[in-house]
Design a protein around this ligand. Structure first.
Ligand code: ZN
Ligand code: FE
Length: 253
């Protein structure tokens, strides 16, 4: 399958995964980029939604006007007010002759889900490159469990996140783990990509495991950074995670 990212709004990506001309469209927060791609030959086969925030679902109604009956898959949440099939943890779909696995990943929102298709992880606002989503509706325990579920996917899994936040996330990650050489290399790569006008995504799960502090709460250097922030040793990985997330919420590079 062939992946592309359609930029939307300031820093969102609408992910498009094609088999030939037919495509899965993930989180179309606005319709215009998808309609423009359609003018160049894209034929949507289905829409996959990760969570109810408008920057991820706002374009769906307009796309359904253009393609009546287009299948839409979404978490079971009344705030997603569209004709759709509700999916959740363990749901398995078959789309464009590929298996699609659904995982529940609450934390950013309580009903957030992620999709795995042909080695691509569509994780919305749960996992970002070098960061993770804010805890709008979930607890640190939930988010850490959700991230742990994603973290065990194969290292070459392509991480397709909802936002281009990698540069600012990288500044925070470096504040947490200044001695992480893999992180330094990733940040340099990010600068090269952005200077060339390219997305920094997809990332790979292997890279995120090496560089993303939120997947590294058990690593001594990350734990030590959380301890310095807390003024005492964190009791466990959850406390480490909670300290990092609270720090990130107020961090300015
Ligand atoms: Zn969101
Ligand atoms: Fe978002």
């Amino acid at each position: 399958m062939r992946l592309s990212a359609l930029p939307a709004f300031e820093d969102n990506y609408i992910w498009v995964l094609r088999e030939g001309r037919r495509a899965l469209v993930v989180d179309p927060g606005e319709a215009a980029p998808v309609l423009a791609a359609a003018a160049e030959g894209l034929e949507p086969a289905a829409i996959l939604l990760t969570h109810h925030h408008n920057d991820h679902i706002g374009g769906v109604h307009a796309l359904l006007e253009r393609w009546p009956g287009l299948p839409v898959f979404a978490p079971d949440d009344a705030r997603i007010d569209v004709e759709c099939e509700r999916v959740g943890e363990g749901s398995r779909l078959r789309l464009l002759d590929h298996g699609v696995e659904v995982m529940a990943v609450p934390g950013h929102t309580r009903s957030h889900i992620a999709y795995v298709v042909d080695g691509h992880l569509f994780c919305g606002d749960t996992l970002f490159s070098l960061g993770c989503g804010r805890l709008f509706e979930g607890t640190p325990v939930q988010m850490l469990e959700s991230l742990a579920k994603l973290a065990v996917l194969p290292a070459d899994t392509r991480v397709c996140c909802g936002h281009e936040y990698t540069r600012s996330n990288g500044a925070f990650a470096a504040a947490v783990e200044p001695g992480n050489a893999a992180l330094g290399a990733r940040r340099a790569e990010v600068e090269r990509l952005l200077a060339a006008g390219q997305p920094t995504l997809p990332s790979t799960l292997g890279s995120e495991r090496e560089c993303n502090p939120f997947l590294r709460c058990e690593v001594p250097a990350v734990r030590a950074a959380a301890a310095a922030r807390l003024g005492r040793e964190p009791a466990d990985a959850v406390e480490t995670f909670a300290a990092l997330r609270a720090w990130k919420d107020v961090f300015r590079a």
